[in-house]
Design a protein around this ligand. Structure first.
Ligand SMILES: Nc1ncnc2c1ncn2[C@@H]1O[C@H](COP(=O)(O)OP(=O)(O)OP(=O)(O)O)[C@@H](O)[C@H]1O
Ligand SMILES: [Mg+2]
Length: 207
């Protein structure tokens, strides 16, 4: 799905060759500051390498329009900003931005169930807990149903049980819907249990 060739991001990461396979859950491990978030940003063309090339489905990212790319490749940021309004407003905003139709309420509620949030669509994000907010951010990615998910520590603010629940749900989507996922985690256990491929970014880090 992605191929990285002779890529260097100044002072951060240097990757001679790395392939990220389609329809797999690739887990990125590595210590804080080693460049995990930077790698996801490179794959989403939020930043560009100083040298080398990144290919998506055989096409150089340099030749792909960023907005077109982000219709298929959607990133969940480490600290996703949400609107303080309702959960539904947040989901709608993502759909509107991607010019996608708004599903029926029952379908949106189904997504909340998938991320384990026991709240109403009209509940205000302002009053949600940190872990609930992070799962609304994940729901906002799920509702877009992208081909590729770039997930930056989706379990960071969750307790162990909820993190496992979320990871199992993601793995299920990956397998049943044939999606490609690249997920950053600090949990070696999660990586070992759920990762189809594990990349230790420390190997490529210059930090
Ligand atoms: N645009 C930038 N310009 C210069 N340095 C940057 C830039 N973005 C990130 N860095 C640096 O690159 C290094 C890697 O940052 P990155 O956010 O990718 O780490 P990370 O592996 O995701 O860490 P964490 O586990 O703490 O989230 C850090 O030292 C950071 O300060
Ligand atoms: Mg990070």
């Amino acid at each position: 799905m992605f191929e990285i060739i002779d890529m260097d991001l100044k002072g951060i990461i240097s990757i001679p060759y790395l392939k990220i396979e389609a329809n797999k859950l690739t887990v990125i491990l590595g210590p804080s500051g080693c460049g995990k978030t930077s790698l996801l940003k490179l794959l989403n063309k939020l930043i560009s390498p100083d040298s080398g090339d990144i290919y998506y489905c055989g096409k150089n990212l340099k030749d792909i329009n960023s907005l077109e790319l982000r219709k298929e490749v959607v990133m969940l940021s480490q600290n996703s900003p949400l609107f303080p309004e309702s959960i539904k407003d947040n989901l709608k905003a993502a759909l509107n931005y991607h010019m996608l139709p708004i599903p029926e309420n029952f379908e949106l509620r189904e997504i909340l169930k998938q991320v384990g949030i026991n709240k109403d669509l009209d509940d205000k994000v302002l009053f949600l807990s940190g872990g609930e907010k992070s799962r609304v951010a994940l729901a906002r990615v799920l509702v877009l149903d992208p081909q590729v998910y770039l997930l930056d520590e989706p379990g960071a603010s969750l307790d162990e049980k909820t993190e496992i629940f979320i990871t199992e749900m993601l793995k299920d989507i990956c397998q049943k819907k044939g999606k490609t996922m690249v997920m950053v985690t600090h949990s070696k256990e999660i990586a070992r249990k759920y990762g189809d491929v594990i990349i230790d970014l420390k190997e490529y880090s210059r930090g």
